[in-house]
Write a protein that binds this ligand. Sequence first.
Ligand code: MD6
Ligand code: FE
Length: 200
Amino acid sequence: MGNRKNYLPYDGEVRYYGKILTSAEADGYLHKMLEKIEWQNDEAIIFGRRIVTKRMVAWYGERPFSYTYSKVTKSALPWTQELLELKARVEGATGETFNSCLLNLYHSGEEGMAWHSDGEADLKKDGAIGSLSLGAERKFSFKHKKNKERVDILLEHGSLLVMAGTTQTYWWHRLPPTKKVLDARINLTFRTIEEKIAEI
Ligand code: MD6
Ligand code: FE
């Protein structure tokens, strides 16, 4: 992974692998995921208010990990056949391993995801996150937390992006909404959750 171009100028690593699935494979997985994933509307607590997003989410993993983001805790569902196949493809391309996956479904360009970084307590510190995109092509943006420098990448159907190193410490990322995109997009972020066992 280290020999691919780093899209960030400093303070992190973002490698874009382009399309790792054929367009027929990507079409097939998009349709299976739309049907078979247990999609739920996302909830978050923002400035003390509970909001429900149009964007849908799902959380899968090798154990029923609980995962907290935006102050809401969820429990992972067991891997499906398709998720195991895609996990193997992402692991093969990157040489990394993952034990869980957070999925997002954007019904059209009107849905996006606001600026955030993925630094939750149970996420492996500075561990790689493998992000597979299916469906509509969307712009993805990074912004440096201190100097506000911006970097944009276009995420294609069947493509893989990897974030690693100190990216989550120094950069925010978002999926900006756009009126130009009418079709759905699914994003799968493969992650490593570390369950911290209390010392006795
Ligand atoms: C998305 N992705 O692509 C949202 N986070 O729809 C993310 O927020 C993301 O792509 C961490 C690592 C990779 C990602
Ligand atoms: Fe993220």
